[in-house]
Design a protein around this ligand. Structure first.
Ligand SMILES: *Cc1c(COP(=O)(O)O)cnc(C)c1O
Length: 397
C-alpha cells in the first residue's frame, strides 16, 4: 500500500491560515478527471465521495468545460438589474421538467432553503394569514445558516450559536402517527428531505410523504421538499419526490445541480410565487450566467431516461459488491437510494476508515461517526466502481 502522500508545506500553511472548522485530508489534490483525482505527488485516488454529491458528472466533464469556457468569453456577471440567457434557459428547463412554474436562483443549498422558508411565510402573510410556524424533522440537515441549523437538529451544528430561530417544531422522521398534532393551522410550512443524507441515507417511506402531503393540504400548510442532496439524478430520478406520488409546493435544489459550480434553486408554483414581488428577496450572485450555463448542461444530461436508468444499474453493482462486507461482519447495514449509499461500520469509526482509505487511494465521505457515505459521480464507470471497492477491501477485509 502506497503511503498517503502529503504536501507538508502547503498543508502547514492551510493549518495556519484557515479557520479550523474543517479537518481535511492531509494530501492536496492537483488534478481530477471523471472519478479519479491525483494529488500533488501524482498519487491516484478513486473518488466515491463526489464532492458530497456535488460532482454529478465527475471532474472535468468536457461538456461542462465547454459550457463554462464559452460563457466565460461572453460575460461573467450582470446583476439582477439585467436578465441573462443562461439563467432564463435554466429556469425554463427546470419548470418544463418538474411540478414547478417559478424559479428563484441562488448560490447554495442554504440559500435555496432560506428562500423557501421566506416564500412560505410571505405567501401566508400576503393572504393576511398569521401562520408562521415551520415544522422540520429530527436528524434532518438543511444547511448551516442560523435558520438552517434551527431547522436541523444536530447538537454539534447548533451548540454555541444560540439563540436559534424561534417558531420551529421538530417531528419524528417516518412517523405518521402524530402528524395531526404536529401540523396545525399555525403551520406555515413543513420542510423534509426525501432521503436524510447527512443522517446516513435514510429514505422517507411512501406512506410518510403521502401522509405529510395530505396533512399539509388539510391544514393549508406548504410542503417544502429539500432536494439539495437528493435531486439531480442522485436517486435515479431527476428529483426524489418524483418517486413518490406527491406534488410538492416548493422544492429546493443545489449540490449536484451545478456539477461542481456553486448554484442553488428554489422551485415553486405561480400561485405561491406571486407573493414575491420586486424587492421582497434577492441575491447578488443568484442567477450568475457562468453557473447557469454549466447547470443547463448538467440538467440536460442528467434528465435523460437512459442516464437515470444507468444510475440505478450502478447502484445495483455497488450493492452486489458491498454485500461481502456485510457477510464478513464489517457493515451492520447498507442503505441506498440510487447512487447514494450509507454503510454502517460495526467496530471502526468513519474518520479512521476515511484516513486508511486515503492511504489506499480511495476517497469517501461520512455521515455521523460510524457511517461511510458514498455519493459518487452519477457517470462513474463500472471499472471505477470495481477498482474503488477493491481498494475498500484492502482497507476493511
Ligand atoms: C448540503 C445540504 C444543504 C446545504 O447546502 P449548502 O450548499 O452547503 O448550503 C441543505 N440541505 C441538504 C439536504 C443538504 O444535503
Amino acid at each position: 500500500m502506497q503511503k498517503n502522500s502529503k504536501n507538508n508545506e502547503l498543508r502547514g500553511i492551510y493549518d495556519n491560515v484557515m479557520l479550523p472548522n474543517y479537518s481535511p485530508a492531509n494530501f492536496i489534490p492537483k488534478e481530477a478527471r471523471g472519478s479519479r483525482i491525483w494529488d500533488q505527488d501524482n498519487k491516484e485516488y478513486i473518488d466515491f465521495g463526489g464532492g458530497i454529491a456535488v460532482n454529478s458528472l465527475g471532474h472535468s466533464h468536457p461538456d461542462l468545460i465547454k459550457a463554462l469556457s464559452e460563457q466565460s468569453k461572453k460575460f461573467w456577471h450582470l446583476s439582477n438589474y439585467l436578465s441573462n440567457e443562461p439563467a432564463i434557459n435554466l429556469a425554463k428547463k427546470l419548470t418544463d421538467l418538474t411540478f414547478a412554474e417559478n424559479v428563484f436562483l441562488s448560490n447554495s443549498g442554504t440559500e435555496a432553503n432560506e428562500a423557501a422558508i421566506k416564500i412560505a411565510r410571505k405567501f401566508h402573510s400576503s393572504k393576511n394569514n398569521q401562520r408562521n410556524e415551520i415544522v422540520s424533522f429530527q436528524n434532518s440537515f438543511h444547511g448551516r445558516s442560523l435558520l438552517n441549523i434551527s431547522l436541523g437538529s444536530s447538537e454539534m451544528h447548533r451548540s454555541g450559536f444560540e439563540p436559534l430561530m424561534p417558531g420551529i417544531k421538530h417531528g419524528e422522521f417516518n412517523n405518521v402517527s402524530n402528524l395531526g398534532s404536529l401540523i396545525t393551522k399555525k403551520t406555515a410550512a413543513v420542510i423534509v428531505e426525501p432521503v436524510q443524507g447527512e443522517a446516513g441515507v435514510y429514505t422517507a417511506s411512501k406512506e410518510f410523504l403521502k401522509e405529510l402531503r395530505e396533512e399539509c393540504t388539510k391544514q393549508g400548510a406548504l410542503l417544502i421538499i429539500d432536494e439539495v442532496q437528493s435531486g439531480i439524478g442522485r436517486m435515479g430520478s431527476l428529483y426524489g419526490y418524483m418517486q413518490y406520488d406527491i406534488k410538492p409546493d416548493i422544492v429546493t435544489s443545489a449540490k449536484g445541480l451545478g456539477g461542481g459550480i456553486p448554484i442553488g434553486a428554489t422551485l415553486t408554483t405561480k400561485v405561491i410565487g406571486e407573493c414575491m414581488q420586486p424587492g421582497t428577496h434577492g441575491s447578488t450572485f443568484g442567477g450568475n450566467p457562468m453557473s447557469c450555463a454549466v447547470a443547463n448542461e448538467v440538467v440536460s444530461i442528467v434528465s435523460e431516461k437512459d442516464f437515470l436508468n444507468d444510475v440505478l444499474e450502478k447502484e445495483q453493482l455497488f450493492l452486489d459488491l458491498l454485500s461481502e462486507f456485510k457477510t464478513k461482519g464489517i457493515f451492520s447495514e447498507v442503505r441506498s437510494a440510487g447512487l447514494w449509499i450509507g454503510c454502517d461500520l460495526i467496530d471502526k469509526t468513519a474518520n479512521e476508515v476515511l484516513d486508511q482509505a486515503y492511504d489506499a487511494g480511495l476517497i469517501m465521505v461520512s455521515a455521523g461517526s460510524s457511517c461511510l457515505r458514498l455519493a459518487p459521480a452519477l457517470n462513474i464507470t463500472n471499472e471505477e466502481i470495481e477498482q474503488g471497492i477493491n481498494l475498500l477491501k484492502e482497507v476493511l477485509l
